[in-house]
Design a protein around this ligand. Structure first.
Ligand code: NCD
Length: 494
């Protein structure tokens, strides 16, 4: 695992995971036999950049503890962005470069936006380990959860029966844990939650495609009956806009884990923590019950992160900072090229522009809004915004569109057709794709992340990995196939 990034649990193999679990178990055994510092020379002189844009107690401290116990220096970085240049509008890209300029050997980062960690890894020439990105993934939490299961389940991860509860929709631990379990055989997942907190459709579909048995039950009692491990999670209040604590209380009512719910349960109760004391998804008395396994689970986090840091970093020389960004970061692969006629086109279509850009197939009534958002008039460009049948279009004498322009257009009207016109002829024509996940990093204009896709049987966003469906009716089947073939050729790594 030397110098690897840890961004999605899907990128690790079953063998990687089993190796990390067995190594984590070994570190635990060393610790218990008084050998906590047996590997103190492994990361001597190494620097960890710990970048926590979101609150953290366990993840940050366990990485830092693991790093110190392997002999690394005290970490650099931040916990909360107040007091950093992020508050002055600095991008993730520049912050990552600054950590490398400060001789970081590895980056651990947590960020509220989906896909931000893949972007950080694309920018960095040193390993990047995700400490969680938005609602997306938390791969090292999944690894420590698996180490916990491994330890509590006689070192076996096949044939597990796991129950899930709490908030399956807005948390990232469930996504990573269930995808991690998909590496193992005969895993049965059951869950019960109120609809707004239920398992996201794309995740359920992904798990089924990966041969995991997933079943929804109507009550916690039914789930507990069918599992040896119950994994409860916290309703992610901070990610639910316009939902009050009261409403969450109502959603949790039938699904809370209290003494009555676990009476008769002989398995283990796990939770990534924190438990929200205001919502009490697990009531206080349960913390004292013999089924409680979450405090031990948290310590397994130290062993797992120590194992990871060791595997990724020992014997790796310091990276020498080049001061340059990888050139591949400048552009995406999100344009479906269509055959331009190359011929002179009539008034109706190209009209008054000799040379410029014509945006076609815009959502009805959005042309003027796009012209305003692009500030075409202020940029000195001629503009015709019009509606023609069931679509709108926009012609402008602007010479070229930047990636920010293209995103601005696609945020207002998805999948616009862009025609580049030279001497009254369409020279280039493409449909621009932007990930549709509202909370994906590619949709944050100021981060300047060019959208990228890959194909693994599904077309997916490289950053948040959500599936994408091409909707533009004008794209011909062979144009679509050509686009997908190109993507399939260039695996999703840069
Ligand atoms: C989790 C997270 O941040 O996703 N915390 C953790 O790392 N143990 C879970 C949570 O916040 O609910």
């Amino acid at each position: 695992m030397t110098s690897r990034d840890i961004i999605s649990i899907v990128d690790l193999t079953r063998e990687d995971i089993l190796h990390l679990c067995s190594f984590g178990a070994q570190l635990y055994a060393e610790d218990r036999s008084g050998q906590r510092l047996a590997r103190i020379d492994s990361l001597k002189g190494k620097v960890l950049a710990s970048l926590f844009y979101e609150p953290s107690t366990r993840t940050r401290s366990s990485f830092e503890t693991g790093f110190r116990e392997l002999g690394g220096f005290d970490p650099i970085g931040f916990s909360g962005t107040e007091g950093t240049s992020v508050a002055k509008g600095e991008t993730i890209r520049d912050t990552i470069m600054m950590m490398q300029a400060n001789h970081a050997d590895v980056i651990v980062m947590r960020h509220p936006v989906d896909g931000s960690l893949q972007w950080a890894a694309d920018v960095a020439s040193i390993p990047v380990i995700s400490g969680g990105d938005g609602r997306n993934e938390h791969p090292t939490q999944a690894l420590l959860d698996l180490l916990t299961l491994y330890q509590f389940n006689n070192k076996k991860l096949d044939g597990l029966r796991i129950g899930l509860g709490g908030d399956l929709k807005n948390g990232r631990t469930i996504r990573s844990l269930t995808l991690a379990l998909s590496h193992f055989h005969d895993v049965q997942i059951t869950w019960a939650a109120e609809d707004p907190l239920g398992m996201p459709h794309d995740l359920e579909q992904n798990l089924r495609q990966r041969d995991v048995h997933v079943e929804r039950k109507t009550s916690v009692a039914e789930v507990l009956e069918s599992c040896e491990f119950y994994y409860m999670t916290r309703p992610q209040l901070e990610r639910m806009k316009d939902v009050s604590q009261r409403e969450i209380h109502a959603l949790l009512k039938r699904y809370r884990i209290d003494a009555e719910a676990i009476a008769g349960f002989t398995g283990r109760l796990l939770h990534p923590l924190p438990i929200d004391s205001r919502l009490s998804e697990i009531t206080a008395d349960v913390a004292f019950s013999p089924v409680q396994g979450f405090y031990a689970q948290a310590e397994f986090g130290v062993f797992m992160r120590k194992a990871l840091l060791y595997e990724i970093l020992h014997d790796v020389p310091h990276a020498l900072f080049s001061g340059e960004l990888p050139h591949e970061l400048q552009s995406g692969n999100n344009r479906i090229y269509r055959a331009p006629s190359g011929k002179l086109v009539g008034e109706k279509f190209v009209g008054l522009i000799e040379s410029g850009i014509c945006l076609d197939h815009l959502r009805l009534g959005t042309a003027q809004q796009i012209a305003d958002a692009l500030e075409l008039v202020n940029r000195g460009a001629g503009v015709i915004a019009a509606t023609w049948g069931a679509k709108s279009f926009l012609k402008t004498s602007l010479d070229a569109l930047t990636e920010r322009d293209l995103k601005t257009i696609a945020l207002i009207s998805p999948e616009p057709t862009i025609n580049i016109v030279r001497d009254r002829a369409v020279q280039d024509k493409y449909v621009y794709l932007l990930c549709e996940n509202d909370t994906c990093i590619t949709r944050v204009i100021t981060e300047d992340v060019p959208p990228k896709f890959y194909y693994d049987g599904n077309l997916r966003c490289r950053y948040c990995r959500r599936p994408y469906e091409i909707r533009n009716q004008k794209v011909l089947e062979d144009e679509r196939q050509r686009f997908l073939n190109e993507l399939a050729k260039s695996v999703h790594n840069l």
